[in-house]
Design a binder for this molecule. Structure first.
Ligand SMILES: [Zn+2]
Ligand SMILES: [Zn+2]
Length: 47
């Protein structure tokens, strides 16, 4: 079973990171390296 796949947010770019909160695999564009979260979780915890 491959660990690589498409970003679960944009479904276009290759995912290279996995969110530590929700487990989604995301591409560089949808990855917050500081928080180690996907863009969805970053937006949810932005406030
Ligand atoms: Zn993406
Ligand atoms: Zn997430």
């Amino acid at each position: 079973m491959s660990t690589t796949g498409l970003c679960q947010i944009c479904e276009r770019a290759t995912a290279s990171h996995s969110c530590r909160q929700c487990g989604a695999v995301v591409c560089e564009d949808h990855w917050d390296a500081d928080r180690r979260l996907c863009a969805d979780c970053t937006a949810a915890s932005a406030t």
